[in-house]
Design a protein around this ligand. Structure first.
Ligand SMILES: Cc1cc2nc3c(=O)[nH]c(=O)nc-3n(C[C@H](O)[C@H](O)[C@H](O)COP(=O)(O)OP(=O)(O)OC[C@H]3O[C@@H](n4cnc5c(N)ncnc54)[C@H](O)[C@@H]3O)c2cc1C
Length: 393
């Protein structure tokens, strides 16, 4: 078993062989991946060393102190947080070798082609069709709310391969090449004015069977891995104390005493404590993940993340008064990442509205926590045994 001493030795060896000051960013990141120091809990040969996940911090601290570049995790969050654990869990050896290295170093951005105009919370109702043709699948349909599709080289995609069986059983999971001529990406403007996400039209997109992830018809089970990881990726990001939404509001509080009132003070302290509890809970959840496969409990994290972001950003706007409503005009700009802390209060307030929708709405996550964490009776489901083609749409 690789321990902290061994990881420190390997990290220093990497730094000596590839001094960050004299090595190109991508070259350094590739060397780091090949040394197994990218995500130490991944298997050997795939960027890791099969070490406990908690020891990643040892490597990260050593590299940070040496001024080494990182892989800009916020820019490639869908790849790191969702595509990678799913490929690791269900991919063939060839798929893991082909996709994980360029994903981790950030050469290839990933997006998620799941939601459709008629299938969001009820994702299993999706209608995008994939039809087998020799060694390929021909895909037709429309996806929506696809974050980063305009930047992406690859997408994780779920499509219907069998309309004659109940909805959860006729879905297959694919890795889709976003440069295929049949993929059309159109920007969608959101409440902040910018276009962080897109609608994506798929017309006779050809996907080799070698890019199918998991068995034909097993896509719903594969997608659960993606969705469970998504909720931890959104709600349980590693951040330092005051590193999240609470940071900017605490800073204004300290620097602008003229804005303070007793009532706002009580609310700020309460939210500060809740944000810190949520941060530490996220830290503990991450430490419990051995190989990146969380269960439904990640839904709880994501629920409190959404609620806190909305309450804290609302408090910041109140505290700043009129100036809190001002924000830079981002109309139809195409951001590369969601940057809560680096932007202004008005942006934070508006963008956090999406937190209770993306990655599963808060209502749906409450259902998941009730049924799969607390074991309460499930909602009545009348369509469980009905073929997808016979469902009312
Ligand atoms: C910022 C942002 C980024 C996103 N990025 C992506 C992406 O990259 N890829 C992707 O595939 N999707 C993405 N999405 C889409 C997101 O996953 C869906 O919007 C979400 O799952 C909800 O689906 P819907 O919009 O169709 O709403 P609906 O499912 O139509 O829900 C409408 C309302 O009904 C409620 N509701 C529905 N079912 C139930 C139920 N059983 N019990 C109680 N209430 C219920 C919902 O909570 C909601 O309030 C993104 C969304 C946002 C906001």
């Amino acid at each position: 078993m690789t321990d902290a001493t061994e990881l420190t030795r390997l990290t220093r060896e990497l730094l000596a062989a590839h001094p960050p000051a004299d090595t190109g960013r991508l070259d350094f990141l590739r060397a780091r991946f090949d040394a197994g120091l990218a995500w130490v809990h991944y298997p050997e040969g795939l960027g890791g060393l099969g070490a406990p996940r908690t020891l990643q911090a040892v490597v990260d601290a050593e590299l940070e102190a040496a001024g080494a570049p990182d892989n800009d995790p916020r820019r490639i969050g869908i790849g790191l947080g969702m595509a990678a654990p799913t490929i690791l869990g269900f991919g063939t050896e060839e798929q893991k070798r082909k996709f994980l290295r360029p994903l981790w170093v950030g050469e290839e951005v990933w997006c998620q082609l799941f939601s459709e105009p008629g299938a969001g919370s009820d994702l299993a109702a999706l209608g995008t069709r994939a039809v087998r043709s020799g060694d390929e699948w021909i895909v037709n349909g429309q996806k929506v709310w696809t974050s980063s599709a305009h930047l992406a080289r690859w997408a994780i995609l779920i499509a219907r391969t069998d309309p004659d069986v109940p909805k959860h059983r006729g879905i297959t999971y694919f890795l889709c090449d976003m440069t295929d001529p049949g993929v059309e990406v159109r920007p969608l403007r959101q409440i902040t004015g910018e276009a962080e996400f897109n609608e994506v039209f798929l017309t006779d997109v050809r996907i080799p069977d070698a890019h199918r992830l998991g068995e034909v018809g097993d896509g719903w089970r594969v997608a659960q891995t993606t969705l469970n990881n998504e909720r931890v990726a959104i709600g349980g990001m590693r951040i330092p104390r005051e590193g999240g939404m609470i940071g900017p509001v605490a800073k204004v509080w300290r620097e602008r005493p003229e804005l303070r009132t007793h009532d706002l003070h009580q609310r700020l302290v309460k939210l500060w404590v809740e944000a810190e509890v949520a941060r530490l809970t996220g830290e503990r959840t991450r430490q419990q993940l051995v190989a990146g496969q969380p269960g439904p409990e990640g839904s709880g994290l994501k629920l409190s993340f959404a609620r806190l972001n909305q309450e804290i950003s609302g408090l910041e706007v109140e505290l700043r008064g009129e100036e809190g409503l001002l924000y830079e005009d981002w109309t139809m700009r195409r951001p590369e990442l969601v940057d809560f802390v680096g932007r202004d209060a008005g942006y934070r307030y508006l963008r956090s509205k999406g937190n209770s929708i993306e990655g599963g709405t808060s209502e749906v996550l409450l259902n998941i926590v009730a049924e799969r964490v607390l074991g309460l009776p499930s909602e009545p489901r009348t369509d469980k045994d009905v073929a997808w083609k016979d469902l009312a749409r």
